[in-house]
Design a protein around this ligand. Sequence first.
Ligand code: AMP
Ligand code: MG
Length: 348
Amino acid sequence: MKTLIENMRNGVDEAGIRRAGELLRQGGLVAFPTETVYGLGADALDAEAAAKIYRAKGRPSDNPLIVHIADWDAIGRIAADIPTEAKRLADAFWPGPLTMILKKSEVVPFATTGGLETVAVRLPDHEVARALIRAGGGYVAAPSANTSGRPSPTKAEHVAQDLDGVIDMIIDGGDVEIGIESTIVDLTEGRPTILRPGYISREMLAGVLGRVEVDRALFAEDEHLRPKAPGMRYRHYAPRAQLFIVEGAQQRVRETINARAAENAEKGRCTGVIGTDESQDYYANALVKSIGSRTDESSIARHLYSILREFDESEVSVIYSESFDTPQMGQAIMNRLIKAAGHQIISV
Ligand code: AMP
Ligand code: MG
């Protein structure tokens, strides 16, 4: 299959959106930019189209898709018994990087929800995304546009690396703004519960709803605790090289990483380091990549996945990453990094 590329780096191109919408209505797959990461879209109400997403990504069929809408009013058709919390959250955070789990209506096929009676819904804060959703019929199922097991794509080139020749179209909207997937909050069982941390923090949600829980399984080392979001149960991504997170006082972290890099160099092994603008000059004997300034968490979130992809193209056999316990997105950033590291953490 030839994958068409539509350039919308400068915003919505009406003719291109019409072509893309037509592809979605015919059951095709279109990758598109959102403010979080690139999504791989299909008509969410068409079971066969949704099934194509799983095939293209190599995604386990029990890992449900998020349904993207372009207007609040669209929610009534796909969700049932919508609690008042949903509207309050939508007023506060939509369009934006928040996904809500609600009871699904009859029209949403189980192919889209991975067999669940619930549906995940999000209204993205991206003009191109919303134009595409409207042109495609109003309901676009879209997980991240990577092959399963690879880091989520934060630019169109990442999508092409994984899915060129496999999907109908890629809409190139340039680099995404946030770089980490949406916060998922479950509104179907008792107290609202975060199933996946993201840009919208627990404190921000609590500011609207009062108390908000966090799925205990997310940060537990105990593998018997099963995360409620099926996708959080899978090993999301592991780089080719071994990845270790080094946490502790800044100076000790730098010394530890340098000592290890020196040892590796003696053995003829290449070391990678994920550092910051502040620390990068400190490191020796390593391929050092700065994730941005330690004081700018949006830069850290935005660069995390592309740095992991870059290391896969290098010769390094082991990577040490500093730890990024930032104020708003720290949980989300560390959740992704810890998964990529397979929980290998060195405390110093
Ligand atoms: P992705 O778009 O690749 O980030 O994947 C979507 C995420 O949403 C996965 O972690 C899914 O497990 C989660 N998700 C989607 N629908 C539901 C649902 N009905 N209940 C719980 N989690 C869901
Ligand atoms: Mg994903």
